[in-house]
Design a protein around this ligand. Structure first.
Ligand code: ADP
Ligand code: MG
Length: 261
C-alpha cells in the first residue's frame, strides 16, 4: 500500500499550498483524483511517485519511507505515467515496452523469457501488437499514451499512478481504457488516476479525491464526493447532476442556458 500523510507542498510562485491529510492507494481499488486545472492533481501524483519531495509529511510504500528507497526498488513496485510524455530517443513501441522491464533485470538490461512474456502481454493488453515496430514519432497522441502505458505495465507494478492517461483518446477508447483499469484492479493492482473527466471518474473509480487550490474538498465514494453542494460550489449552475442509467452513479451534464441571470 502507498500512503501519504500530512503532506504540505508549496511552489515559490504559488498563492496556495497543497495540503493533504491522508491519501492512500490500496491493492484492488481504483482511486480517482479530480479537480479544476491547476488544483494540484499532478503535484499530488508526483509526490506519490517519489519524483517530488514534499516540504512536509510522509510518503510510505508498504510501511517504508519512499525517499529512503532506491529508484529501481520503487520502479519494481510503483508505475508512474506522467501527464507530459516525452522520450529523448525515437524508440519503437516494442523497445519502449521492453525498457519497462529494466528494473527487474540484473544490471545489463538483458531480458529473460519471463520478461519477454510480460512485454508481449503488455502489448496485447493495450492493443499495440500491430504497432510494435512503429516509432514514437509515427504514432497518434492516443497511441503514444498507450505505448507509454504498456511500458509502465511491463514493470508489473503493484501500484499504478496515471496522470491524465485517457485525455488523448476518443470516447470509445476512453471507455475501453477505464474498463482496462478495472481489470487491473481486479488483478489486485492499486490504481490512482488523475482525470479531468468527472463522469469517467464517477463511473469507474471506487473512491475519489476532489482537489481545489491544493485543498481536499471531498474524499470517498463518488456518491459522497459528487454531491449537489460540492458540484454547485465548483460549477455553479452550469451543470446538472443526474444519475447514470446503468449504475445510478452521479453523472454531470452541461446546462444549456445561463441560469445565473
Ligand atoms: P493540475 O495537475 O491539477 O492541473 P498541477 O499540480 O500541475 O495542477 O499544478 C498546481 C499548481 O502548481 C499550478 O498553479 C502550477 O502552476 C504550479 N506548479 C506545478 N509544478 C510547478 C513547478 N515545478 N514549479 C512551480 N510551480 C509549479
Ligand atoms: Mg495536471
Amino acid at each position: 500500500m502507498l500512503e501519504l500523510r500530512n503532506i504540505i507542498h508549496r511552489f515559490p510562485e504559488s498563492s496556495w499550498e497543497l495540503n493533504i491529510d491522508r491519501f492512500s492507494v490500496s491493492p484492488g481499488e481504483v482511486q480517482g483524483i479530480i479537480g479544476p486545472n491547476g488544483s494540484g492533481k499532478s503535484t499530488l501524483l508526483r509526490i506519490s511517485a517519489g519524483i517530488l519531495y514534499p516540504l512536509a509529511g510522509n510518503v510510505t510504500l508498504s510501511g517504508n519511507e519512499l525517499k529512503k528507497l532506491k529508484r529501481h526498488t520503487i520502479a519494481r513496485q510503483v508505475g508512474y505515467l506522467p501527464q507530459e510524455l516525452s522520450s529523448e530517443y525515437d524508440f519503437t513501441v516494442e523497445e519502449l515496452v521492453r525498457m519497462g522491464r529494466y528494473p527487474h533485470t540484473k544490471g545489463l538490461g538483458i531480458l529473460n523469457s519471463t520478461d519477454i512474456t510480460v512485454v508481449q502481454q503488455s502489448l496485447e493488453f493495450t492493443g499495440l501488437e500491430d504497432l510494435k515496430k512503429r516509432r514514437l514519432s509515427q504514432l497518434s497522441g492516443g497511441e503514444k499514451k498507450r505505448a507509454f502505458l504498456a511500458s509502465v505495465l511491463s514493470q508489473k507494478p503493484g501500484i499504478l499512478l496515471l496522470d491524465e492517461p485517457a485525455s488523448a483518446l476518443d470516447l470509445h477508447r476512453q471507455v475501453h481504457f477505464f474498463r482496462l483499469l478495472r481489470k487491473l484492479a481486479k488483478g489486485k493492482i492499486g490504481v490512482a488516476v488523475v482525470t479531468h473527466d468527472i463522469n469517467f471518474a464517477s463511473l469507474f473509480c471506487d473512491k475519489l479525491l476532489l482537489l481545489e487550490e491544493g485543498l481536499c474538498l471531498a474524499q470517498g465514494p463518488p456518491e459522497k464526493v459528487l454531491s449537489r453542494g460540492v458540484i454547485q460550489k465548483i460549477y455553479g449552475k452550469d451543470v446538472f447532476l443526474g444519475k447514470h442509467p446503468e449504475t445510478g452513479r452521479p453523472t454531470l451534464l452541461p446546462a444549456l442556458t445561463d441560469k445565473k441571470t
